[in-house]
Design a protein around this ligand. Structure first.
Ligand SMILES: [Zn+2]
Length: 366
């Protein structure tokens, strides 16, 4: 199905990172907030806001409920003068919050949890949610976990370890855990459980021994909108989650797993969830693997794929795939740190905003 293809331009393309990331461009912020302000001025409901922060090939996704409750999934990298923590705090300010209620760490790789100490130094955090202890024996990952434990101890922040089937304590929207520490849901979520035909011819990939397969995955529901985020969950765990029956059901928005890497986003996953919109948190030279890009883009029911970066051709890639520029937050060239934002409205329609262009695409109720 093809949705409404109308884009309305709310801001000329300028591409200045500073104006977006830190809000010094008042005009920019006004136009990006326009749909919310119009609704508020009309006495209408406010949306759930979801910021897909650009952390250059890591993950950091901020959910802010209409009542201000917040959940951050992953913190991006450490370093670069606290670049990723700075971008997250800028998104939080733009969303109107000055603390983050819950920070969920999908797993302890540096592109997801490396930024914990820098973020905790910049903004108050209510509690952390994780899959349990690190079990990967690599110096880098052990260091990330050690730094995380130090933040918990030094700041006295509550730690919640979640398992499949747990409902997160956040209010304002519903979040249920579907994978954690290498275990997936026992049975289907409500409304799911159909036999998955894409399981019949699955390409087999070997079990992944890394932290990726322990990713803490969630299904987040706000009104009629369902969003799936599995972190970097890898192929063999996707099979356990999706075969022989689809335990997730259909979703509206799919946060593409593992940045679109070769070892995730199997047909059994992407075909069965039948997402309307997929958002890929790839970097210029991270993720967006050509075969994976094709599986995601060609999944049945997908209306649009959005990318955080233009994918550059990497050594060994026979070709590279990209969506049209209006669906990409950061084009090739200097690092501009633009985000993608989703506004989920109570009637079930949602908007996707590209902060680089200031354009919004509306997705009517299905
Ligand atoms: Zn990753």
């Amino acid at each position: 199905m093809t949705s409404n293809k109308l884009f309305f331009v709310t801001k000329p393309s300028s591409g200045s990172r500073t104006s977006f990331a830190f809000g010094t461009g008042v005009v920019t912020l006004i136009v990006l907030c326009l749909p919310i302000w119009i609704a508020a001025a009309a006495g209408g409901p406010r949306p759930l806001q979801i910021y897909f922060v650009d952390v250059e090939g890591g993950q950091s996704t901020l959910f802010v409920a209409p009542g201000g409750q917040s959940l951050l999934i992953d913190t991006g990298w450490a370093g670069n003068n606290s670049r990723d923590a700075g971008r997250i705090v800028a998104a939080a300010k733009s969303a109107g919050i000055s603390r983050i209620d819950y920070v969920l760490l999908t797993h302890y790789h540096a592109d997801h949890s490396g930024g914990v100490p820098e973020l905790a130094a910049k903004i108050p955090i209510g509690a952390f949610i994780d899959h349990g202890p690190n079990r990967e024996q690599s110096t880098a990952t052990e260091q990330v976990f050690e730094d995380y434990e130090k933040v918990l101890a030094d700041k006295g922040i509550q730690r919640i370890t979640a398992k499949p089937g747990d409902v997160l304590p956040i209010t304002g929207f519903h979040a249920v855990v579907v994978s954690a520490d290498g275990v997936v849901l026992d049975g289907p979520l409500a409304g799911a459980g159909a036999t998955n035909p894409a399981c019949n011819t699955p390409e087999k990939l070997p079990a992944d021994p890394s932290e990726n397969q322990r990713s803490l995955g969630t299904v987040i529901t706000y009104k009629k909108l369902r969003i799936l985020d599995l972190g970097d969950l890898t192929w063999d765990k996707e099979m356990k989650l999706m075969c022989p029956v689809n335990k997730i059901g259909r979703v509206d928005i799919f946060v593409v797993s593992h940045h679109g890497s070769a070892t995730s986003d199997s047909d059994a996953l992407v075909d069965a969830i039948s997402a309307r919109v997929a958002i890929m948190d790839n970097g210029a030279i991270k993720g967006a693997y050509p075969d994976t890009w094709l599986r995601v883009r060609n999944a049945p029911g997908l209306e649009d794929l959005w990318q955080l970066h233009t994918a550059e051709q990497q050594a060994g890639d026979p070709q590279v795939h990209n969506v049209p520029d209006q669906f990409i937050a950061n084009l090739s060239g200097p690092d501009t740190g633009n985000y993608i934002k989703v506004l989920a409205w109570s009637d079930g329609h949602f908007d996707v905003v590209n902060s680089r262009t200031g354009t919004t695409k509306q997705y009517p109720v299905r």
